[in-house]
Every structure is written in C-alpha cells, then in structure tokens.
Ligand binder design. Structure first.
Ligand SMILES: Nc1ncnc2c1ncn2[C@@H]1O[C@H](COP(=O)(O)OP(=O)(O)OP(=O)(O)O)[C@@H](O)[C@H]1O
Ligand SMILES: CC(=O)N[C@H]1[C@@H]2OC[C@@H](O2)[C@@H](O)[C@@H]1O[C@H](C)C(=O)O
Length: 457
C-alpha cells in the first residue's frame, strides 16, 4: 500500500459548486471560504481565542493526587482536546475546543479554538495498513504501535493546545478515538489503538480513549458514535438534515426537524473514499494515496456493467443500524474490482470514475432504502475528506437532486469538514468525565445508553 501520501498537503481545498450546492448555501445563508465565517444555526461554532485571564470558571491544573472528574466538569466553561484518526489512515486530526454548558444538558455549546492535521509519518502509515491484516497483526507489533501512536497523539494534543493559546494546565481532558485496526461488531469487538495512558502521561492531562467497547458491551455496533454530538450541535427545529460523512467509510446521521435524541438514527452507508483511494493507489503502484481533486476520475467514464455488479454487494441491503470497515471494503475488495475492471477493458481513469460513482450511488441508495420513507430530508451536509473531491461531490449532488435533496459541504454551512470528528471526540470525552451516557442506541443498535470511554490519569 502507499507509503508517503501526506494527505493534508494534497488537498486542493475546494469542491465544485453545483447549482444544488449554491442553492443550499444560499438557503443556509452560508459563505464559502475561510474568510466568510458566519453565525450559523449550529451550536458548534468557530470561536475566538480564549481570554486567558483567570476567572472563577477557569479550569485549574489538577495533580496526580487529584484525579476526580466531578470537580472539573462542574465548570460551565471548559477546554478539551479531541483527536481523530480515521479509517483513511491519513493522520491525526486534532481540535482544541471550548465547551460551554454541562454534559447532559442539551444546550451545551462547543467553540473550535484551533485545529491541526498531523499526517502520519510514512512508515507509521505503512505499518498500520499491515496491521489491518490479522495474520500480520502479531501482538508484539500491535503492542509497539499502540505505544508509538500514543506518543504521536500526545504530541498532536500538545501542539493544538499551543495553537489555541492554551497550556496543558488549562485543559480538562483529551478525548482520543485511536486508530481502528479491526472492527467486528457482529463478533462483539472492535480494536482501536493509541495508548491513552501514554497520552495522559505525556501531556499531564487526563485522557479518555477506547470509546467503542462500552457500546458493544450493551449490544451495539460500537459505531457510529458521532451522531450523538451531531444531534447536540446541529439539530434544527424546521429542517430535516442528513449529515453525511465521507471519510474512509461513508456514514450518515438523520436529524429530523424538531427531533429529540430518540428520533435520530445513523448508519454506515458503505465505502467513503476507501475504494477511490484503493484504486488510485493500486493502479499507480502506490504512487498516489488518493485521487486528489478527483483528477483521475474526471478523465474517465463510469462502467455501467461494473457498477451494476458492484451494486449487488450484500452490505447495501443489510438492515440498519449497521457499520462496516476495511474488513469488507479494503485491499482485497479493491484488487477484485481492478482485476475484473481490466477484464472489461477499463482504463485507470474509468476504474476511478466507476468507484467514485458507486460511492455516490450508495449514499443515494441508502436514502431510498432507509431514510426517505421515514423522513424526507431538506438538506444533506457533507463532511470528511470526500467533500474535497469535486467529482464525488458532483456525482453525489446529481444523486440527491434526483431525490429532491440539496447538498452542501460543512464549510458552506459554517462548519468544518476536517475538524468535525475531532470536535466530536472532545465532547464525548467531556461526557465521559461527567459519567454521562453518550451513545445513541438508535444509531448503534445498543440495548441502552452507556457511558463511553476509559479514563487514564
Ligand atoms: N483534495 C482531495 N481530493 C480528493 N480526495 C480528498 C482530498 N482531500 C481528502 N480527500 C479524501 O479524503 C480522505 C480522508 O478523509 P477523512 O480524513 O475524512 O477520513 P477519515 O476520518 O480517515 O475516515 P473515517 O471518517 O471513515 O474514519 C482521503 O483519504 C481522500 O480520499
Ligand atoms: C469502527 C470505526 O472506526 N468506525 C468509524 C469509521 O469511519 C466512519 C464510519 O466508519 C463510522 O462508523 C466510524 O467513525 C465515526 C467517527 C463514528 O463513530 O461516528
């Protein structure tokens, strides 16, 4: 697999603006581009640098002898860090946030103070891909990578804390998702690595890690978890929103107009960029880690024959809630697609165009099968790195326009495609420190709410 793709550096940062996108942006009142931040309806907003003059609400440094959670979460204004390393394995997303309000109170608000993306060193990325193969993921290699990632995560946390103008002593908690190396919800387990104890020791800040097992333990999929924070931060009274994340895997959260938490549901729609990245890498012998700007796909045409076959994958018809990962749509799957595509006479560009279109189709198909009958959506807001692929966004806008749903990116509604998941894990960690449940049973299939995460001091 690819070795040196430094994903953040390859982004062209813009998605093509289709008429549907423009309309959605106008409707949302959003301004594109970093200069046009507006007060959007979300309860997550880019925020100013904090005023560091100490006041009564300012979290103060805790010592090793003072690990109590309650004292700190009683503060109505807190700082937290969220770290996310997704299934694309492009690196570490780190967000420093200010949290206003209390866990368990739906009026809670989050302001993004700073965001950074730290690409994984090339050898780390290469080795993580090897750990996806259970035969190569021996305990010594997993153990060593668990600690190495813990150190990288700690450094990413310290860096974003500095970028926010804070010091570690100001920060209540670091929430670290970790790197998923295996996800087997039907067998009751999922494996995220990146040792929380190392993060806590190296930063001097309590760390919540390993969020998913608590949900699996009460019968859930352990994923997706972000819908809980999306409900808190994005819900609207009058519009039904689809929050579509296109990372390695695609996942959607349905937030009906005026809903309560029990009305929100979510599931993984299928591959996000995983097949696109995989094809780009395989056909270039590892030279490309992604189809940057959709350049490869733009030169080809999708094969209806291959599309017709790929649409038959059993995952799309599986009932919700459901989640998936590299175990299904990883390297083997990509190899089969490329081999068969070659038999059909497809070029590299045709193969990229085909998996790009398949990805957009899977999102539209999921809407037809599982969402439209329950809630007609007003707007789909797309986040994750897929929103930087203009060909994917064009195909997706066409799919959703046919269903009467406008499509906009996170940036177009005042959010952040990159930061959203990292922000979510900061908030989930805040909930863990307050011992508040933070899974949405309707999203994960859990039998009941659960407090998520393991705390290292
Ligand atoms: N400029 C770009 N052009 C095309 N694709 C891009 C661009 N920038 C990012 N991407 C895609 O986005 C992917 C990374 O997305 P993201 O960081 O949201 O994934 P992730 O968080 O790792 O995954 P998941 O949400 O499934 O855990 C890259 O692998 C690439 O496919
Ligand atoms: C096991 C795992 O890492 N799942 C991820 C992955 O990436 C996207 C999708 O598949 C989602 O289910 C989940 O991540 C997000 C952050 C979530 O839990 O909401």
């Amino acid at each position: 697999m690819p070795g040196s793709g430094e994903a953040a550096d390859e982004r062209d940062g813009t998605a093509a603006e289709t008429p549907a996108v423009a309309a959605a942006r106008r409707e949302a009142g959003g301004a594109s581009g970093s200069g046009g931040q507006k007060e959007h309806p979300l309860r997550f907003a880019p925020g100013p640098r904090p005023d560091m003059s100490r006041d009564e609400d300012e979290p103060s440094r805790r010592g090793a002898s003072d690990p109590g959670a309650g004292r700190f979460t009683e503060k109505p204004r807190r700082y937290a860090v969220g770290l996310m390393s997704g299934t694309s394995v492009d690196g570490i997303d780190a967000a420093a946030v200010e949290i206003l309000g209390m866990p368990g109170d739906e009026r809670i608000e989050v302001r993004l103070l700073a965001f950074e993306n730290k690409p994984y060193p090339a050898d780390v990325r290469r080795e993580i891909f090897e750990l996806f193969d259970p035969a190569r993921a021996t305990v010594d290699r997993v153990g060593a990578m668990n600690v190495r990632l813990g150190r990288l995560y700690a450094d990413a946390a310290l860096s974003v804390i500095g970028a926010a103008g804070l010091s570690p002593a100001d920060v209540l908690v670091v929430g670290s998702h970790g790197q998923t190396i295996y996800h087997a919800p039907e067998a009751g387990y999922t494996v995220q690595i990146g040792e929380g104890a190392v993060i806590a020791a190296r930063t001097g800040i309590p760390c919540v890690s390993d969020f998913r097992p608590a949900d699996l333990a009460v019968g859930g999929q352990g994923a997706p978890l972000v819908p809980f924070t999306e409900y808190l931060l994005y819900r609207e009274r009058d519009r039904t929103l689809l929050l579509q994340n296109i990372g390695g895997i695609g996942n959607v959260t349905v937030i009906p107009a005026g809903c309560g938490p029990e009305d929100v549901f979510a599931f993984d729609t299928g591959p996000g960029n995983m097949l696109i990245d995989g094809v780009a890498s395989l056909v270039t012998g590892g030279a490309l880690a992604m189809d940057a700007g959709g350049a490869l796909a733009a030169r080809g045409s999708a094969s209806e024959t291959l599309l017709g076959e790929l649409r038959q994958d059993a995952y799309y018809a599986l009932p919700v809630p459901k989640s998936t990962g590299r175990e299904r749509f990883g390297a083997d799957y990509v190899e089969r697609i490329v081999r068969h595509g070659r038999e059909l006479g497809l070029s590299d560009a045709d193969l990229a165009a085909t998996v790009t279109k398949l990805t957009a189709w899977s999102i539209g198909d999921a809407y037809d099968r599982f969402i439209a009958g329950r809630h007609a959506a007003d707007l789909m807001i797309v986040g994750g790195g897929g929103s930087y692929n203009p060909v994917l966004m064009r195909d997706l806008a066409a799919e959703m326009a046919a269903r009467g749903v406008a499509v906009a990116t996170q940036e177009e509604v005042g959010g952040s495609s990159d930061a959203k998941e990292a922000i979510a894990f900061a908030l989930l960690a805040d909930y863990a420190m307050a011992r508040q449940p933070a899974n949405l049973p309707a999203a994960t299939g859990a039998a009941r709410p659960a407090v998520l995460g393991k705390i290292s001091y």
